[in-house]
Design a protein around this ligand. Structure first.
Ligand code: GRF
Length: 202
């Protein structure tokens, strides 16, 4: 399965995928796309020998479809990609386009809910747990059908930063599991928690 990863930031989820997909794995990252030329994800891609491209206009569906088509992409993974994917791209990749969100959707998602704000909202709500969700992408932010969730506890002394770090670890287990399962099935499929939710011992 030929995977494109779209990222606006540091790309630790991209790195988790690259690390989980050695030569000969059933899925391979063949393209990294960013809306920002300074995204750390681009550097991680280059280091791994993966083509890294910057979208000149992230609102232009033709540019997206040309870049994805050129690499024969089967699955698109949004991993910290902050722009809305143009509707014609969502339509062309319906059922083959997933996003990872750092909370237990449908809680704490939607427009403007990204980064530190998500974890601050979880703490403000007094939630006992948080986690990561991988879901199919539709035309709305953080809205499509969920495929898998990894849960982590919220601790009484958590700050948005400490919670973010715990959730990020869960993301790094969850995302490769979803991509490997998709490669096995030929398309993204819902996952049982037992296949990825091995909690850290600490
Ligand atoms: C992750 O928390 C992801 O869930 C969110 O943005 C963050 C990206 O982190 N959508 P990274 O760039 O993968 O390190």
């Amino acid at each position: 399965m030929r995977v494109a990863v779209c990222a606006s930031g540091g790309g630790s989820n991209l790195q988790a995928l690259l690390d989980a997909l050695p030569q000969g794995a059933p899925a391979r990252v063949v393209l990294v796309l960013s809306d920002r030329g300074d995204a750390g994800a681009l550097e991680r891609a280059r280091r791994a020998g993966v083509p890294a491209e910057v979208l000149a206009d992230p609102r232009d569906p033709t540019e997206w479809l040309t870049r994805l088509g050129r690499r024969d992409v089967d699955l698109v993974v949004l991993a910290g990609f902050l722009k809305l994917v143009p509707a014609p791209v969502v339509a062309a990749f319906r059922g083959r386009l997933v996003n990872i969100h750092p909370a237990l959707l449908p809680r704490h998602g939607g427009p403007g809910m990204y980064g530190r704000r998500v974890h601050a909202a979880v703490l403000a709500a007094g939630d006992a747990e948080s986690g990561a969700t991988v879901h199919l992408v539709d035309e709305e932010y953080d809205h499509g059908a969920p495929l898998a969730q990894a849960r982590v506890p919220v601790r009484p002394d958590d700050t948005p930063e400490s919670l973010a770090a715990r959730v990020l670890e869960a993301e790094h287990r969850l995302l490769p599991a979803v991509v490997l399962a998709a490669a096995g099935a030929g398309h993204p499929v819902p996952l049982e928690p037992s296949t990825f939710d091995l909690r850290p011992s600490a």
